[in-house]
Every structure is written in structure tokens, then in C-alpha cells.
Write a protein that binds this ligand. Structure first.
Ligand code: COA
Length: 387
């Protein structure tokens, strides 16, 4: 296998983007990534595009071809493939692109993600998202994503010493980081009181425990490491790519408060990178709900079960802590255009490693991304480092 590097990144702003179509979003992110790599479209050999549900959000399928067409690449007939794994579609598209370059099949490959969620109302969005769980055993019974993660939070808080305030501190931290991120959907700091007095969505989760519904796109460009310096002085090496699956329904899990697919994908990633946990300087984890960030930190092996709430309260995961988590603002404040999220996580780590993260810059040479589909039926973990 060849070593793989990221040579360009691009991200639209995230939010409710009435002024931009699905196609506009993708073209903007792709153009930014090409400009960043100082590369022309004619050099692209293949594309992998993460998208969860354009069919239901904008009534458009055949996304791989659509995107190649609107990127101006249809006359070159390049292979362009849609990748779907619910909210992990972006992370998985990145992994497919890494595999394509590592194998030697392709040289310059775009990994992108795009979702336009706000053209339908909240009800239709929430129902579409529920398709990432088990429709027959969960969705048809009325279980939404806030509802399913509320079950995880309830079980977790019954078994481990996590206070309601510590859960809220995850949102306060991520809004504080998002306020420093020019692409974030929510750029305002909030207080504990904001979270604790916000509307109850699914007990114990309140409005500010939830990621929002978001439009946005992100793209990165990959090349063999040996060619990376033809395009950039600051290539970022892919040190590990790992994926794991689990039961689609939450109630079939061994333990609903532990995402086994996160545990396994994390172990595989650390084995591939040949690194101990202590070498990770910062990470972007899948905080679709505040409880999800707590579980991710523990299930990736950074502390024991039941300890992540205390670490959050002590500031360990803050920008100036020992292990900054979700420096971008995470899904909570930066936003969660589901198919784009996994690619945005990679963009954030690359910005941090290059020292281009502005007011939210942290120190470090190795970062990790963790992207979850559904309640943990797909998990993708990547480890990235400076070269
Ligand atoms: N966090 C903070 N504020 C939020 C928010 C969130 N997650 N979602 C919406 N808001 C704000 C809006 O900006 C708006 O503020 P304004 O009145 O100042 O303009 C207000 O709340 C109402 O927005 P609206 O779009 O009407 O919210 P809603 O009640 O329709 O939807 C949720 C709120 C929580 C139900 C929705 O965001 C949701 O379902 N989130 C989860 C998405 C999800 O499951 N993703 C997949 C996870 S795996």
C-alpha cells in the first residue's frame, strides 16, 4: 500500500443556506479545495462523495454523476461514486478515497460530502434522519434520533456519575469553539443556563444538547504522499483509516451506552497508526448530541467509562486543555449537514495541523476524526499527522 496525503481542503459555511442549491454547495467546496491545492480540475482522477439522503431532502438521486457534471468533469468521464452510511457518509467517502490512492489505482482523488437538509421542514428532516436507524423496529415505533440518543443518555446517567450540568458543559464548550470558527452555523457563546433552560426535546436532552439541521459541503483532495509536495508545502499524512459496523437497532446492542463500533474502529486505527492514545493532540468527534461526545471520548479509549463528564468539567477537552475536542465547534455548533460532516472533520484537523485555525488554533502534530452513522451502526475513525 502507498502512503496517502491530503493536499487541499475546502468547506462552505454551514447553516440554513437558502441562497445556495445542493449543486452550488458542492461546487463551492470543490473549487475551494482545488484552489487550496493549486490544482486544476483536469488533474482529478476520481471522486467519492458522501451524501445521506438527497433523494428525500431535494428529490435528487444519482449524486456521483451529478456532481462530476457540475464540477465540469463530465467530458473527462472520471469515475465518481456516491458513498452512503447515514451521518458517517462523509467519513466513509474519505476512507474510500484513501483506499483508492493507497491501492495505486488512482493518484489525485477528491473526497467530498454534501447535504442540503433545510429545503424540507424539521418534521420531514427528522423522519428522513430516522431512516439511519432501524425503520421497522425503531422508526415505525416513533423513535427519532433525539429520542434514541435520549435513551442512551438516560441509561448512561443511571449507571455512571454524569450530571446534567456536565452534559450541558459539552454544548457550552462547543459553542465557545464554534464562535471562533468562520464557517460555523452558530457563532455565539452560550452559558450553562442557556442549555438547562432550553426547550426539552427528548428527556433529558434539550434543544442545546442537539446538533442542528444544516446545509453545507466540504471537500478534500488526496494524492500519494510521494507526490504531495508537487502541490503543497504542508501535506498532511493519513496515518490510519478504520471502519466498523454494529447492529442497526439500538436495542440489539450488548450495551446501549457503549458504541462497540467506536471501540473497534478506534482499536483498528491505533493499531494501523502504531500509536498510543497519548500521541493524539486533538480530535473531532461525532457530537450529534452532547451525550455522544461523552461516549466517544470514553469508547475511543481516552478515559474509563463514566469519566468523560468530569474531564469536560475540568476543562481537559477545552481549547486550552490537554486534549482539545471539537475545536471546530463540533456538530453541535459548527452544524451537521450529515453527508458533509465527516469531511469537515478532516478539514478542521488539517487546518489545525497546518497552523491555520486562527482564534481556535491549538498545538499538536497528530489529530483524530470520529464519524458515526446512526446510533453507531457505522463508525469511521481516521488519524492524520504532519509530515
Ligand atoms: N441548537 C441550538 N439552537 C437551535 C438548534 C440546535 N440544535 N436547532 C434549532 N435551533 C434554533 C434555531 O436557530 C431557531 O432560533 P431562532 O428562533 O433564534 O431563529 C430556533 O432554535 C428554532 O429553530 P427550528 O428550526 O424551528 O428548530 P426545531 O424545533 O424545528 O428543531 C431540533 C430543533 C432539535 C428538533 C432539530 O434541530 C433536530 O432535530 N436536531 C437533531 C438533528 C439530528 O438528529 N441529526 C442527526 C443526528 S445523528
Amino acid at each position: 500500500m502507498r502512503d496517502v496525503a491530503i493536499i487541499g481542503i475546502g468547506c462552505t459555511t454551514f447553516g440554513e443556506k437558502w441562497e445556495a442549491s445542493f449543486r452550488d454547495l458542492f461546487v463551492e467546496a470543490g473549487s475551494l479545495a482545488l484552489a487550496d491545492a493549486e490544482l486544476a480540475g483536469e488533474h482529478i482522477d476520481a471522486m467519492y462523495v458522501g451524501n445521506m439522503s438527497a433523494g428525500r431532502f431535494i428529490e435528487q438521486e444519482h449524486i456521483g454523476a451529478l456532481i462530476a457534471d457540475y464540477a465540469g468533469l463530465s467530458t473527462r468521464h472520471i469515475p465518481s461514486t456516491r458513498v452512503e452510511a447515514a451521518c458517517a457518509s462523509g467519513g466513509l467517502a474519505f476512507r474510500q478515497a484513501v483506499i483508492a490512492v493507497a491501492s495505486g489505482m488512482e493518484d489525485i482523488v477528491v473526497a467530498a460530502g454534501v447535504e442540503k437538509m433545510t429545503d424540507v421542514g424539521t418534521g420531514a428532516s427528522v423522519d428522513t434522519l430516522a431512516g439511519a436507524a432501524d425503520r421497522e423496529w425503531e422508526g415505525f415505533m416513533g423513535a427519532t434520533f433525539p429520542g434514541l440518543y435520549a435513551m442512551i443518555a438516560t441509561d448512561y446517567m443511571h449507571r455512571y456519575p454524569l450530571t446534567r450540568e456536565q452534559l450541558a458543559m459539552v454544548a457550552v464548550k462547543n459553542h465557545r469553539n464554534g464562535a471562533k470558527n468562520p464557517i460555523a452555523q452558530f457563532r455565539s457563546e452560550i452559558t450553562l443556563e442557556t442549555v438547562l433552560s432550553s426547550a426539552l426535546v427528548a428527556d433529558p436532552l434539550r434543544l442545546f444538547d442537539c446538533s442542528p439541521i444544516t446545509d453545507g459541503a466540504a471537500a478534500v483532495i488526496l494524492a500519494p504522499l510521494e507526490r504531495a509536495r508537487e502541490f503543497t508545502d504542508t501535506p498532511v499524512k493519513v496515518l490510519a483509516t478504520a471502519q466498523a459496523s454494529d447492529t442497526i437497532a439500538l436495542h440489539d446492542r450488548r450495551d446501549i451506552s457503549c458504541l462497540d463500533a467506536t471501540v473497534v474502529a478506534g482499536e483498528r486505527a491505533f493499531a494501523m497508526a502504531r500509536l498510543p492514545r497519548g500521541k493524539i493532540d486533538f480530535m473531532e468527534v461525532h457530537d450529534c448530541f452532547t451525550i455522544a461526545e461523552i461516549c466517544a471520548i470514553e469508547d475511543l479509549g481516552f478515559c474509563k467509562k463514566g469519566e468523560a463528564g468530569r474531564l469536560t468539567e475540568e476543562g481537559v477537552t477545552a481549547l486550552n486543555g490537554d486534549l482539545p475536542v471539537n475545536t471546530s465547534g463540533g456538530l453541535k455548533a459548527c452544524g451537521h449537514p450529515v453527508g458533509a460532516t465527516g469531511i469537515k472533520q478532516v478539514c478542521e484537523i488539517v487546518q489545525q495541523l497546518r497552523g491555520e485555525a486562527g482564534a481556535r488554533q491549538v498545538d499538536g502534530e497528530i489529530g483524530l476524526t470520529h464519524n458515526v452513522g446512526g446510533t453507531g451502526a457505522t463508525v469511521v475513525v481516521h488519524i492524520l499527522g504532519v509530515t
